[in-house]
Design a protein around this ligand. Structure first.
Ligand SMILES: [Mg+2]
Length: 267
């Protein structure tokens, strides 16, 4: 049966601190050899993901900004399907509202609550680089958000809770990745993954889908694949996600990624 891989990036295919994928290179080459698609499903922006796709020679569709949109290379699926936008390189399925709209809601809530919500939109590239450990090039790419906003809330715990409550009441969803919050309207990793699974089924027939993640924000993606996989976090623990069939692989980030691929693909 043809397999398709859906994978998170930060803390999964990429090391949580160095953003290196070196430990996963052999497994990526194995997937290339077997012509198995690798679909990024990450909080990262289009331009960030394009940089990694280029470096790793990956040409498959990809899901940006936590499910805000799906970018599908032109002619990848040999049949017409619903999409919202066509660019020079891609057909784009948009699930989330614009970052601009998300930021407007956050600004209003900031005023109402009397806290400081500091988004990537208000932060300069140097500061993002310093806080995230990204180099300046990637920090600039991370700032180019189209469908969500990454932010911190500077306030007392009570006000943070109030702000998060108001974000949900405004119809947005948020995730917390350990360092930043992320708010969006409309999309999530699961919805986007499901759409691509359907398109792959139309193209390839019966397929087996594998999803690999490390964190809470991967749950929607892991819920809709056949084989959900969790890699270890830097402290060697696995995220508690309450999925009964999850395969907890040994190895932090890309090391676990590699082990999971070797095991699931070779067999
Ligand atoms: Mg992650």
């Amino acid at each position: 049966m043809k397999k398709v891989i859906f994978t998170d990036l930060d803390g999964t295919l990429l090391d949580r601190f160095s953003y290196s994928y070196d430990q996963a290179l052999e497994a990526i080459n194995l997937l290339h050899e077997k012509k198995i698609p690798i679909v990024f499903c990450s909080n990262k922006t289009r331009v960030e993901q394009e940089a990694y796709r280029e470096e790793l020679n990956i040409r498959d569709p990809f899901i940006v900004e936590n499910g805000g949109a799906i970018f599908i290379p032109q002619d990848y699926f040999p049949f017409p399907f619903n999409h919202h936008k066509t660019t020079k390189d891609y057909l784009v399925i948009e699930l989330g509202i614009s970052s601009q709209k998300v930021r407007e809601v956050l600004k209003r809530i900031e005023k109402e609550v009397g806290c400081h919500i500091k988004g990537f939109g208000d932060t300069n590239v140097e500061e993002i680089a310093q806080e995230t450990g990204l180099n300046l090039r990637f920090a600039a790419l991370a700032k180019q958000r189209q469908y969500d906003e990454t932010f911190k809330i500077e306030a007392t715990p009570e006000k943070i809770e109030l702000a998060l409550d108001k974000i949900e009441k405004a119809g947005l969803t948020y995730t917390y990745g350990g360092r930043y919050y992320n708010a969006m309207g409309g999309g999530d990793k699961g919805k986007a993954t499901k759409i691509l699974i359907e398109l792959y089924r139309r193209k390839l027939g019966k397929i087996e889908t594998i999803g690999i993640g490390d964190n809470q924000n991967d749950i929607p993606m892991l819920e809709v694949v056949d084989i959900p996989v969790l890699v270890q976090k830097p402290d060697h623990s696995w995220e508690e996600i309450g999925l009964p069939n999850v395969y907890k692989v040994k190895g932090i980030g890309p090391e676990g990624w590699s082990r999971a691929i070797q095991k699931l693909i070779e067999s």
